[in-house]
Design a protein around this ligand. Structure first.
Ligand SMILES: Cc1cc2nc3c(=O)[nH]c(=O)nc-3n(C[C@H](O)[C@H](O)[C@H](O)COP(=O)(O)OP(=O)(O)OC[C@H]3O[C@@H](n4cnc5c(N)ncnc54)[C@H](O)[C@@H]3O)c2cc1C
Length: 488
């Protein structure tokens, strides 16, 4: 890989669906750097299973119904203008995916197949088996690799940036344990969510809230960070941090949710039963656990039979098999865990933060689309629609080219120090897990915040080496404090 250039028109931090789609939609005369903290394929986008929701060529459905379902799931506090943009512009972005080569499942007559997920009143989820995100990421990566104006840099992290006095940004990167300053006119944060601030999360290891901390330090507004989605059905068989998701689509295809006695119970908490929105089902599980005194829960999809299940859910069935569960014969042990962030960096309809030239797209952003609770399969759609809009805005603004003015000597810093104790990351995760899970509780949040604040003091006062471990722990502690403060 060649050395990084000193200046770029646009730097995009993050190589999931939102970063990739932004890169694809930027004008080809713009010189773009696309960063990923780990391998290019490591992201929550690659993990997405169920699919992407949109109303495409279906006379039995309407964007109005998709709009209403999104608002019902979101508790009515969604930003209606953003939802309107999402449901009306999203179908064209899904068609664009097909044009770009994404291989959605098709029926015998060649039409795109649609499935149902919790909270949707119609079948409108397009999917590639049960690994839609991997298929989308792989295809978009292939398309972006073809672009001569986009340079990739893997294993390259950004934790801090600042505005230059005459416009544009200095961006400090850590690559191969080395700090490098690069400069750009526009900076797009596509760094994903904060799942790894929890002990148990479905998120990939790269989602540690870095972009949210960076944006906040640059003066962007952070909004509703405690709007965290706890997915009701993560696989509950292992005890390591990253929990494997049993997609909503499994309930969409008819799976029953059972308590420790093998009884269905979800209907007692909400008439939509297993197909109620995620927050409702998660709360039902926690309340049922309190009632029965057991945290053993199961999904039963055995009635569907082996042939269907292994074809429709190849990833889920093989992951379960690895853990000794044959989903065509056995019940799948499940329990809620952290899954998604609805809040984040506040942006407008073009993904602009309140800092000129700084954009946020995908899960790190808060477009207001999801309200308090995301409707299943709306986040990939949001990532596409609002990344394209960010690119449109940058394309327009970039026509008025301006020179980046800076003196590198102004930015020389000392990054040396003692290694940070890496176990602080696990400490933060333990604190978050007990301070806020499914039901917000002010007393627990207050206790947790006290512990997090003392970790933050330690990080700030100590003379630690400013490497990726230090920066990541600082991100975790910073976003944890932001979440807990909102609950008080
Ligand atoms: C298990 C699972 C299943 C899901 N299923 C669905 C589904 O079926 N449908 C749906 O709509 N949504 C689903 N979601 C949610 C959806 O996948 C994500 O919200 C979406 O993919 C986020 O995309 P993104 O581009 O914002 O971030 P991500 O895909 O998470 O990408 C983040 C990128 O940022 C980079 N990064 C992070 N920090 C830094 C840093 N400091 N410096 C440089 N780069 C950095 C990472 O390396 C990575 O490239 C699922 C999520 C999970 C975890």
């Amino acid at each position: 890989m060649r050395n990084l250039q000193k200046e770029y028109d646009v730097i995009i931090a993050g190589c999931g669906i939102s970063g990739l789609y932004t890169a694809l939609k930027l004008n080809s005369n713009l010189n773009v750097l696309l960063l990923s903290k780990g391998d290019n394929g490591l992201s929550n986008s690659s993990l997405a299973q169920g699919g992407i929701a949109a109303v495409v060529d279906n006379p039995d459905d309407s964007t109005q119904l998709h709009f209403e379902d999104t608002l019902i799931a979101g508790g009515g506090v969604n930003d209606k203008r953003s939802v309107d943009v999402l449901v009306n512009e999203g179908p064209d972005d899904v068609k664009e995916l097909v044009r770009l080569g994404v291989d959605f499942d098709r029926d015998a007559s060649g039409g795109l197949m649609r499935t149902l997920e919790g909270g949707h009143s119609r079948n409108r989820i397009f999917h590639h088996r049960d690994n839609t995100g991997y298929e989308m990421t792989k295809t978009l990566l292939e398309r972006v690799y073809e672009l001569p104006n986009v340079e990739f840099s893997e294993y390259t992290a950004v934790y801090s940036a600042e505005r230059l006095p005459n416009g544009g940004f200095r961006v400090n990167l850590i690559k191969n344990d080395e700090h490098i300053d690069v400069y750009c006119r526009f900076l797009v944060l596509a760094t994903g969510g904060l799942g790894r601030v929890y002990k148990y999360s479905t998120s990939s290891s790269v989602c540690t809230g870095d972009g949210i901390r960076l944006a906040s330090e640059m003066g962007a507004k952070i909004k509703d960070l405690h709007f965290i989605q706890f997915h009701p059905t993560a696989f509950a068989g292992n005890d390591n941090g990253e929990r494997f998701l049993i997609s909503e689509a499994v309930r969409g295809e008819g799976a029953k949710l059972l308590n420790c006695n093998g009884e269905r119970f979800a209907h007692r908490y909400d008439e939509r039963a297993e197909l109620a929105p995620r927050d409702v089902v998660s709360r039902a599980i926690i309340l049922e656990a309190r009632r029965t005194g057991s945290d053993k829960f199961y999904l039963d999809i055995t009635e569907k039979g082996e042939e269907f299940l292994y074809r429709r859910f190849p990833l889920i069935s093989s992951k379960c098999l690895e853990n000794g569960i044959d989903i065509s014969k056995d019940w799948i042990p499940v329990f809620p865990c952290q899954h998604y962030l609805m809040g984040g960096i506040a942006v407008d309809l073009y993904s602009r933060t309140r800092v000129y030239g700084l954009y946020a797209v995908g899960e790190c952003s808060n477009t207001g689309v999801h309200g308090k609770n995301r409707l299943a399969s709306n986040s990939l759609l949001e990532a596409l629609v609002f990344s394209r809009r960010a690119a449109q805005d940058i394309n327009e603004k970039a026509q008025a080219a301006f020179e980046l003015i800076y003196d590198e000597a102004d930015y020389v810093q000392d990054y040396s120090g003692a290694p940070v104790p890496s176990e602080l990351a696990d400490e933060i995760r333990e604190i978050m897990q007990r301070s806020y899970f499914v039901f917000p509780d002010a007393a627990l949040a207050r206790q947790g915040l006290k512990s997090i604040n003392s970790i933050l003091d330690r990080l700030r006062v100590g003379k630690f080496k400013k490497d990726c471990t230090y920066e990541e722990i600082l991100s975790l502690a910073t976003v944890a404090a932001m979440v807990l403060k909102e609950i008080l």
